[in-house]
Structures are given as C-alpha cells and as structure tokens.
Ligand binder design. Structure first.
Ligand code: D41
Length: 685
C-alpha cells in the first residue's frame, strides 16, 4: 500500500515515470493542437493520461498544479481580476505598403546614425489575442490579457487549459521570474470544427477564428475554454530574473530560440533578414504561403534583431521604434448592395448575385458576390440597399459575411426571386428538398446552352484554347450553334464575322478545336456536363465501365456500384443517357471525330486491384505515398484521401495518426510496411 503522507515513501522510479509522462503529454499536446500532426492515436494519448492520473491518485504529492492532468480541473471564477504587467506590453506600428517599410528602415538607420543595413527578425503576425504569462521558479504563476498594455485581466484559469502553454518550463536552470508574451489564436481547422459543431447543435457559429479565440479566453468557466482548440505562440520576453549571473541574450532571434527550448511554441515561419530588401522578399514569400498556413495571419512583424540597437531606438507613446507590422491588404471591407441579378447556370440553377459598389478587398476590386440560393439570402437577411461586410481571403471567391443592419436605409428592398427565367422566360421551378430554383427551359434556354458549351470547352474538359466566354455567348446569340457538337461545324468565316475577333484568333480556335478532338474517356464524360459528375466521378465511371457504350447502357443499380456514386448521382447519369436529345449530341460529337484511347480491361485472373479501395497514411521506407498511390491506381484500385466505411484497406506507415485510429475503430484491414512490400512484389510478379 502506498503511503500518502509524504515524499519519503515515493519510489524514485515512480517520480521518474511521472516526470516522463509530464513531458510526453506536453509534447503530444503540441503535436495535436499546434502541428495538427498527432504522432500517436487518441487511445494511446488517453492511456498515458490515465496512467499519470493513476500514479497521482496513489501518490497525491505528485499532483502538482503543473501536472498535465490539472489543465481542465479548475473551478470557475466569479469575476476577472486585474493584473498589472511587470513590464508594459507595447503596441505595434503598422505599415501598409513597401514605401512605408522603406520609410521605417530609413528612420531606424537615421536614429542609429548608421549607413550600414540593419538586420531584422521576421515573423508572421498572428490574428489572435495578445497575452502574457508569468513563470516563478519555472512554474506557471499568472496569465493575463494585454488589456491596455499596462493592466490586463487575469486569465490564468483559462490559459492553463491551453495545451501549448507549458505548465512548467523544460530546463534545468529555470529563471526565478519570467514574463513571456505571445498571441493566443485558433487554428483554421479547429475553427471550422467548432463551427460545424455549433451549427449541428443549432448554436450561432463564430464569425472568425479571432473572435472564437477571444471568446474562449473570456470565459469564467475554464471547462468551456478547454473545449476550444486554442494555441499560444510566444513572441517576446518581458521581465526575466535569474538566481545567478547568466550569459545574456543579445538578439530577438536568439530569444525566440530560447523560448522554444523552454517548451513554448514559437513560429516555425520565423526568419532573419539581413536588410530591408530581404524583409520585402520574406513578405512576398509568406503572402504566397498565407492561404496554406494552418492559422490566420494578418501581416508580418519585423523587429530590429539586435537588443542593443533596440535600446538605442527606444519607443514613442508605447510603440517601439524598432518594430513594425506590415499588414496584408484588408480581407474584409464594407460596401453596399446596389441591386441583385439572377444568373442561370449550366443545369438551369438560378443564382442570385449581389452587384456591389466596387470595393478594394484582399488585394482586388470586387463588384459582385454570389448569394448562392434562397437559404443563404434568408440566413443573411439581406436586402437591396444594405451595407454589408465583404470578405475575400486567399484566392477564394468574395463572400458576403454579414449585413450591418443598423445601416439599413429606409429605401431598402426585399429580394424577390423571379417566377420566370430571366434569360428565356420559361417557368422557374422549385425542387423539393433543394434550396436552388431552376429554369425549366433546358436547352431552349440560351443561358443554359452557353454554360453547357463553356463547360465543354473548359480546361478540365476538352480544353479548347482561345474559345472564351464572349465568343461562345455571341455564337449562341447569333444562333450559329446551340450545342457542343456544333462547335465542330464552325468555320473560319463564321468566326471572323463575330465582333472583335481577328482572323488570327479565328484560325487559332479552329486549330484548338481540331486538337481537342483527341481526348480521354474521363474528360469526355466530364465535358458532357452531367449534373453532379465532376472530374473524380467521371474518372470513376470511365474506369468502372471502360467504354462510353457501357456507361450509357448501364442500369441504375449498375451505376450505383461505381465508387463514390450514390443513388442521386446514379439517377442523373441514367437520366442523361436516356434522353434522346443528349444521345443525339453524343452521337454528333463522335461523328465529328472525337476519339480517346481505349481503357485497358485487366485480363481475367490477373493481379488487378479493381474495385478495391485503399487509404494511405504515414511514411514508408524507400517509397513515397504518391508512388504507392500511382502503382495501386495503375492496377485499378481507388485510393481515397480519408477513411470511411467504403475503405477496404488502410496502408499505415510510420507516424500514422488519426486515420489509423479511425480505421481500427471501423475494423478495416490494416497493411503495415511489410504487408505493403509483399503486395508491391505480388503486383510486380
Ligand atoms: O503575432 C503577433 N500578433 C505579434 C504581436 C508578434 N508576432 N509580435 C509582436 N511583437 C510586439 C512587440 C514588438 C511590442 C514585442 C506583437 C505585438 N507586440 C503586439 N500584439 C498586440 C499588441 C502588440
């Protein structure tokens, strides 16, 4: 029986094991929340966690506030108390252009009386909430929001729940006192997850990750904060005191490395630029990477790297002269909805499009934004004349985020959907269970004809170069063509008669059409524009049936056997090939000379993997995931990106994460490195 009375009865091995569990759990917390790359399945994490809990229940003297088991246990507080920062948390000046940055560098060099270039430390500017954490003798003591920079709110109970905040520093020679500053943010993936959960529960989703992070830190009950996937990324030091003399840190970049050694998360994107021109290159590079980063950033922070130079420069009205944030062009702006147009798509779908007062957002001028369908119009509660927040992030299409209801003018108008098609006058129909309204005109409707032809010519379809939207529009309006097959009857004279089309361009289009005639079966199927049949489905259909004939003859049941084809898609494909007009167009296309190489049917009894579905995760010796995928696909297997009930085999390499856990849960057969090698050898044989 272990005694609960004191340290003396505590076996050294147990103390050692508990310490190991502390650092293991901290490491895996970081892998999970920060890297989004868990190295162990959740079940293994739980095993470590409960092992530590068991030790602590046997030896309560080990249950310190620094234990990873204590992150979620705290009681709610009744009110936030104030915390005076030991050193003020300064604010940051902004730059909005390259010339602002040049001016910043010039000011710095003038003050330093230096003709030499100045070295800058560069890091992303996280779009989160600034916070400060104080450690006493290596143990987390107090955490606070930035507040006004001098006084913030005590959020210790909430910061303790954040997995990336060390409860205890990982070094032998911990400072007596350490004040660490950083930003609390919510990664994009976590934000999407909690918003999905909120919507499922019927709660209101968060507007953006920053609001979600801020709300998470402002909870009285830390159990609520613990459910938010927050990350703390450290970016500077406040007060630091050691028991004995230390070699001082001389630069900001060394400080970031030191913080990382102590167990903090520090931006992996950080870098040092030898001068202001290198800062510009860093800015451009990170701007390129921005959309792919797992978290939101709104600019880059540049800091004079050397501390002695920082001291010489000092600060003005609480902003250091040695640092600046170069902001990316705003991703959200206000504008007004001038009117709403209804566009008719390839399949007759009627999409409301808001025509906006032009506004510069996310680096481009935006004057249109799709309102998608009636549900979206209702969700936004949007009227013509409204002031709206428009957002354009990365390369995604601009979106209306919300309506500023307080700015609604008395002249605003409710949006009414048309009863007849704005392009052809046919009735507009409502399909039960669908939010989208549709024109019933089919190929009578010129808008649908144009869209069908545009789709046919698009890059992933037959890829007819040079045949732009304007040309197609004129060809349809002038009744030269009404379906994709008639494209191949066009001649140079007909094209040259169009507005603003030079002879040279006409000749180019003719030759592009000629080239487009040689294609592949998947591309041809995709080009037909069957509802819900995208590139992947077209590919699956082609490799399942091998010939166009077999697809067009297939029964509904046979179609449903194709991977990723459910009853709805099967119905669309079936209906397409059982409509006389469509069959005629397909026949005309073939007659016009469209051809593709036959898809080889595997011989009976060969080692083909047709109809098998694989998922590949983790890393393998001597072969990349892409190479494995290519080999399996060559043998007819389908290689999917995520594990589902349809998965038959999971190929799991080193560091397989959540996919492995999920596959195990679903009872899917797992192939390890040795099984993979055997499989590949079998395929080669
Ligand atoms: O990522 C950030 N949001 C960030 C904020 C950063 N990477 N560095 C920062 N550095 C500072 C100084 C130069 C004052 C140490 C900051 C901030 N300040 C800051 N955050 C909020 C106000 C100021």
């Amino acid at each position: 029986m272990p005694s609960h009375t004191g340290d003396s009865s505590l076996p050294a091995a147990i103390r050692e094991e508990a310490a190991q569990l502390h650092s293991l759990l901290h490491h895996h917390n970081k892998q999970y929340y920060v890297e989004d790359a868990p190295e162990i399945p959740d079940s293994e994490y739980d095993r470590l966690f409960y092992r530590l809990k068991a030790i602590e229940s046997d030896y309560p003297q080990l249950m310190t506030p620094q234990s990873p088991t204590q992150r979620v246990g705290a009681q709610p507080i009744s009110a936030f108390k104030q915390v005076v920062h030991l050193k003020p948390m300064l604010s940051l000046d902004n730059a909005f252009s390259d010339s602002d940055m040049q001016a910043f560098d010039k000011r710095v060099r003038e003050r330093l009386k230096s003709d030499d270039s100045v070295e800058y430390s560069c890091e992303p500017k996280f779009d989160g909430i600034a916070a400060s954490v104080i450690y006493k003798n290596g143990k987390l003591d107090v955490a606070a929001t930035r507040g006004d920079g001098l006084v913030g709110e005590n959020i210790t109970h909430n910061m303790r729940t954040i997995g990336s905040v060390p409860l205890e520093l990982t070094c032998d020679n911990a400072p007596v006192l350490l004040e660490v500053r950083g930003e609390v943010y919510m990664p994009k993936a976590g934000f999407e997850r909690i918003n999905r959960q909120a919507i499922e529960k019927g709660d209101k989703p968060f507007v953006n990750p920053r609001n979600a992070a801020s709300g998470g830190l402002r909870q009285l009950d830390p159990k609520i904060t613990a459910k938010r996937p927050l990350v703390f990324c450290a970016y500077s030091l406040g007060v630091v005191e050691y028991a004995s003399e230390q070699t001082p840190l001389l630069t900001h970049s060394d400080t970031l490395n030191y913080l990382e050694e102590l167990g903090f998360v520090v931006s992996k994107e950080r870098s040092v630029a030898i001068n202001i021109d290198a800062c510009h290159i860093y800015y451009e590079q990170l701007a390129q990477k921005r959309a792919a980063l797992p978290y939101e950033i709104d600019g880059i922070v540049f800091k004079v790297n050397r501390f002695d130079l920082q001291d010489t420069l000092g600060f003005v009205s609480r902003a250091p002269r040695w640092a600046i944030a170069q902001k990316f062009p705003a991703q959200e702006e206000l504008t007004t909805v001038n009117h709403v147009e209804f566009q008719v798509g390839r399949t007759g779908s009627i999409t409301p499009v808001a025509k906006l007062a032009p506004v510069f957002v996310g680096g481009v001028t935006v004057s249109n934004a799709t309102l998608h369908n009636r549900d979206e119009v209702n969700r936004l509660g949007i009227c013509i004349g409204d002031t709206v927040i428009i957002r354009r992030a990365g390369d995604v299409i601009p979106q209306i985020v919300s309506v500023v209801v307080g700015k609604r003018p008395s002249t605003s108008q409710v949006i009414t959907f048309p009863a007849s098609c704005p392009e052809c006058g046919s009735d507009v129909v409502e399909v039960e269970g669908e939010a989208t309204l549709r024109c019933s005109g089919g190929l009578v409707c010129p808008a649908q004809r144009k869209e069908a032809i545009k789709h046919f010519c698009s890059r992933k379809a037959l890829n007819v170069d040079g045949l732009g939207d304007k040309v197609i529009s004129q060809l349809v309006d002038k009744n030269h063509i009404s379906n994709p097959a008639q494209l191949f009857d066009l001649n140079k004279e007909m094209l040259s008669s169009l507005d603003r089309l030079a002879d040279k361009s006409a000749a180019n289009i003719i030759s592009a059409l000629e080239q487009a005639k040689t294609t592949t079966l998947p591309k041809f199927i995709y080009a037909l524009g069957i509802r819900e049949v995208g590139v992947a489905t077209a590919n699956n259909l082609a490799h399942h049936f091998y010939t166009l004939h077999a697809i067009s003859d297939a029964s509904l049941d046979a179609l449903e056997e194709v991977s990723d084809v459910g009853p709805i898609v099967a119905k669309y494909v079936y209906e397409f090939f059982n409509q006389a007009d469509n069959i005629l167009v397909v026949e005309q296309l073939i007659k016009a000379g469209i051809t593709w190489p036959a898809i080889a049917k595997p011989a009976e009894g060969s080692q083909s993997l047709a109809n098998q579905t694989y998922v590949i995760t983790g890393s393998f010796e001597g072969i990349s995931r892409d190479e494995i995928k290519a080999i399996l696909e060559q043998q007819g297997a389908k290689v999917a990106g995520s594990v589902s009930k349809k998965t038959q085999f999971l190929i799991a390499g080193e560091k397989a994460g959540s996919k492995l856990t999920k596959a195990q849960d679903l009872g899917i057969e797992i192939l390890h490195q040795a099984d993979l090698t055997a499989l590949l050898n079998r395929l080669k044989a």
